[in-house]
Design a protein around this ligand. Sequence first.
Ligand SMILES: [Zn+2]
Length: 317
Amino acid sequence: MTDLILAFDFGGTKHTAGLIERSAHTWLAQKQVTSPPGADGAYDIATMLGLGRDLLAGARPAAVGVSFGGPVDYATGTVRLSHHVPGWENQPLRRLIETEFGAPTNVDNDANVAAVGEHRFGAGRGCSSLLYITVSTGVGGGWILDNRSWRGRDSMAGEFGHIMVDPLGPDCICGSHGCVERLAAGPNIALRAREWLVAQPERGAILRGLVGGDVSAVDGKAVAQAAAQGDELAWDALAVSARALGQAIGSVANLINPERFVLGGGVTKSGDRYWETIRATARAVAMPEVHFDLVPAGLGDYAPLWGAVAIADQPPA
Ligand SMILES: [Zn+2]
């Protein structure tokens, strides 16, 4: 009897497939491809099914787990849409994969799947409740409550990025304003730094130097690097992000009282001062009786793929 688990991670442009034996902690094989510009949902699905066939080499998996970078209806395994790639609207991804590989399949959005991955294999091991938060080009979240995924009525639970932390803040893509994502995500840190560099010509010498004086070339990474080298304008731009995260974490801690917050994504690599600011803000917002750990993610970019392994065997919703 086969005991192979096939795992898929549909990222925005990067697609990864992995094959592993059930209960193992090392991959038998992995393949990754980057979509060419202009690729659509149909292209991505065909590519991923091809990767799966290559890895299996004729074998049949016991189960398949799928992480998708966008909203998914977990009960039916249908992708609602992709915010980055056209042609994903209402794709019955679970049915397509079950038909191809003849194995039971579970599909969930990447933040939920990464939460499961961190809980089973990473920084969330041993705790029964956690909120996984990813801070990169956007801000997402996924819940584990009582050792299970919590998706909510519309599979929309964990939209941590769209908690409003500044009622007077800038407009957000979700239709609201002053959201955590609008203040904390990498592109928004960079946008803020660029605006300040233009408005405050006497500040930001280190950051200006890093981009050779070309303010339009400032990205999130440059801001973090300049802040680490002591540039105060860069640090101020980063601190807005850290305080927004901390404020929302403190409020969420008061509401749900989870054991742990696990933070991943490129922006969270912005150094000790960034983490200290998140922790201090969260601590100041949370009630004194509310306790929590705030820790870096353990699986990095591979949290969704490991999570896909873990959800492959999950019972249906
Ligand atoms: Zn929003």
